[in-house]
Ligand binder design. Structure first.
Ligand code: ADP
Length: 386
């Protein structure tokens, strides 16, 4: 077995081998060559940085030394299997794997493997790229996006509203307890003359409960939580978003709902979907603020592999000048608008493998927004234990 390394040049090494090794050592990516028995023949400088072992420490060793322990047995099996059957799991394909540093830490690497037949037998060449910085950047982008989504949610609801919700919760609970106390006393007294009081009291308790529900929905909406996608009944989620928006609406606008019966579940993060619906409803109600008969139509439908939410209004439609940049961040026609609502809404929908599309209306027709979200697959439903 030949070993290539660029330090203290062994006598056996030819000039061309030394030249090749110096080329390999200038590569930014790790390069490893192994023989049919997985013994390391080449291990360039980039690998030394990546794995912490020097070439002298690993040359001639089984390549398992730089693999996580739980993977190294599988690697022997892959090699055997490939030699027997020629069945390729990674050769010529490349994939993301984990590497193990000398100090035991594991990290993601992108590995592409090629094969060469040489006078010394079959050899495999692996090129390894450290994925840590790319992964960290991806994670950071995800975090920033989550923060942005959260920021928009808080501003939509207004911090004032959140504080109010918090403050109102306690007196509301107290009112409910007092009323329930009176209801119990009346029940015990069992006087037919109380019948009317009891009915009124039941109504009052019901209204207080309703107010409590609105407050707890507001608090849930503003709360910062880890996004968690699961199979969801969109009708309920959309309905809650409508209720939530009605509370915050200044102008008196009619909202008509038409939810499809037997709608399949969608695989989504419900709070993010509510954010889309709240954004669309707020935009629609702002477009309707000068109209007496302003109406928003909210409906759900199944459309092939998608469940769709449609929000339509009878306002003036989208101004044609606003159309080209409608879904771009910071494009707004409003004095106080941030121009983020539609851009965030579309990226949420697209992150869910769906989309947000618009029919701008105009000429007597209002704008119509369609949110497309994927129907939950059977596996997703099963995985969620449903
Ligand atoms: P913002 O509401 O802060 O302006 P959006 O991204 O939510 O940001 O909306 C961008 C623009 O799209 C609005 O300024 C408005 O001109 C237009 N728009 C959105 N929805 C409607 C609608 N239902 N009817 C008319 N115009 C709309």
């Amino acid at each position: 077995m030949k070993e290539w390394t660029d330090r203290p040049a062994p006598a056996a090494k030819t000039v061309s081998e030394a030249r090749l090794m110096s080329v390999l050592n200038t590569a930014v990516d790790g390069i490893i060559v192994i023989d049919e028995h997985a013994h390391i023949l080449v291990y360039n400088n980039a690998c030394e940085k990546l794995f912490g072992y020097t070439a002298a420490e690993v040359l001639g060793q089984n390549v398992k030394v730089i693999m996580p322990r739980d993977y190294s047995d599988a690697h022997d099996r892959y090699m055997d299997n490939y030699k027997r059957t020629g069945h390729r799991k990674i050769i010529g394909i490349g994939r993301e794997v984990r590497g193990r540093h000398k100090d035991g830490t594991e990290f993601p690497v992108e590995l592409s493997v090629g094969e060469a037949s040489t006078p010394d037998g079959r050899q495999f060449i692996g090129i390894l790229r450290d994925l840590r910085s790319r992964k960290e950047a991806e994670q950071r982008v995800n975090e920033l996006q989550a923060d942005l989504v959260h920021l928009a949610r808080v501003s939509a609801m207004d911090e004032m509203g959140a504080a109010l919700a918090h403050e109102l919760n306690q007196p509301l609970t107290a009112i409910m307890l007092y009323m329930q106390g009176i209801a119990r006393t009346l029940d015990k007294r069992d006087d037919p003359a109380d019948a009317q009081f009891k009915t009124v009291l039941a109504k009052a308790v019901h209204e207080a409960e309703r107010a409590g529900n609105i407050i707890s929905r507001m608090r849930q909406f503003v709360e910062k939580r880890e996004p968690h996608r699961r199979p969801i009944d969109l009708n309920a989620v959309v309905n809650e978003a409508v209720e939530l928006t009605i509370v915050g609406m200044r102008a008196r606008v009619n909202i008509e709902r038409d939810f499809a019966q037997q709608l399949p579940k969608a695989f989504v993060e419900p709070v993010q979907i509510q954010q889309i619906v709240v954004n669309l409803l707020r935009n629609a109600s702002e477009a309707l603020k000068d109209r007496e008969d302003g109406t928003i139509f909210v409906s759900t439908r199944q459309d092939g592999a998608f469940v769709t939410i449609i929000v339509e209004d009878n306002g003036p439609g989208i101004p044609p000048a606003a159309m080209p940049t409608l879904f771009k961040a910071f494009s707004t026609t409003k004095k106080t608008g941030m121009g983020l609502g539609l851009s965030i809404s579309r990226s949420i929908a697209q992150n869910h493998s769906g989309d947000l599309i618009v029919d701008p209306g105009g000429h007597g027709r209002g704008a119509r927004f369609i949110v497309q979200l994927p129907v939950a697959s059977r596996e997703e439903e099963t995985d969620a234990g449903l």
